[in-house]
Design a protein. Sequence first.
Length: 134
Amino acid sequence: MKYIFTLAFIFLSSFGFAQKSVEVPTIAFKVPLGETVQLDNVAFSLTEILEDSRCPSDVTCVWAGRAKVSVDIEINGEAISSKVITFQNSKQHVLLETDTHLYRAVKLSPYPTSATKNTMVYELLISASPKEIE
């Protein structure tokens, strides 16, 4: 009987010492139109709004529309890429993958309304997620 209790104790106590995985936080930052934001050695510039045909939030439309932006990327002060990102639906777009981080374009703000359609101050939301160490 002691043998069964000992085995049950060892078996159940092993769950208490299991290593828990820790989720590393994602950093998000805004890049205003015409400005550059730097995170460590990587810099992002929202250079141009190429198109914004998104349906205003207070209007019923047949097509949801889309937004296209141009983003310049630099590493250590050296231009490495200029990308055109199309926001349609809710897909996130990979801007850059380094040895340590994955940078994604999350959304373009603000979302238009019928009153603000032509007077918006645009910002691009970018997320930086640390890559898992293997």
